[in-house]
Design a binder for this molecule. Structure first.
Ligand code: GRF
Length: 195
């Protein structure tokens, strides 16, 4: 009988605060989770997320500088099934993105396709939009343009500014990313079954 529990070994790439990373780690530690966050990679040695990851006992944390990042992570990814970008501020090469097609996801603080790129919350405020949101999507070679996995709309009130909107969005990101992780993990496991 086939009864070994297969979990999706997941790596998270970060550059800073790491609050989304933290929610993913905590989520994957829950009973019955089919994902396991085994490695955190940062391209910023001062990322507070690295400390959080160590505190939460993620088995391995790595720092590699931006210019050697892709080259250095390669050998550490051989046992990884899925990569989640969480506040990772570096554009990955088209070759890397191609290699990880369908297994590389990102969270963005806007209701894509609106407000791509950096300062998405500021762009939403400055455009006087009535809503923004957050989106988890697959990564392709174009920035914030890969297939959408799940997204959530958030109202922008007249009294909102970049700071208040950023707070509201982040709160929703923390709910959305774990849901997206489960969706992708289930899909990967289903694909394996069907092979
Ligand atoms: C989040 O708003 C995420 O959407 C964006 O960068 C921010 C990262 O925050 N890509 P944190 O590092 O997860 O706290």
């Amino acid at each position: 009988m086939y009864n070994t529990i297969r979990t999706i070994k997941t790596a998270i790439f970060i550059s800073g605060r790491g609050s989304n990373m933290e929610t993913l780690i905590k989520h994957s530690k829950k009973k019955d989770s089919k994902s396991q966050i085994t490695k955190i990679f940062s391209n910023n040695i001062n990322a507070t997320g690295l400390e959080i990851a160590k505190r939460l006992k993620v088995p391995k944390t790595y720092y590699f500088s931006r210019n050697v990042f892709e080259k250095k992570i390669k050998k550490n990814l051989v046992d990884i099934d899925l990569i989640c970008l969480a506040g990772f501020m570096q554009i990955l090469s088209p070759a890397f993105v191609k290699e990880w097609k369908g297994r590389l996801i990102n969270i963005h603080p806007s209701y894509l396709p609106y407000f791509k790129g950096i300062k998405a919350q500021q762009k939403a405020i400055e455009s006087h939009s009535t809503y923004s949101g957050c989106t988890v999507h697959y990564v392709n070679k174009n920035i914030d343009a890969g297939k959408i996995i799940i997204q959530k709309k958030i109202k922008i009130l007249k009294k909102d500014n970049t700071e208040s909107l950023s707070k509201k969005i982040l709160k929703e990101e923390h709910k959305l990313y774990p849901i997206a992780l489960d969706m992708v993990v289930n899909k990967l496991l289903l694909n394996e079954k069907n092979i």
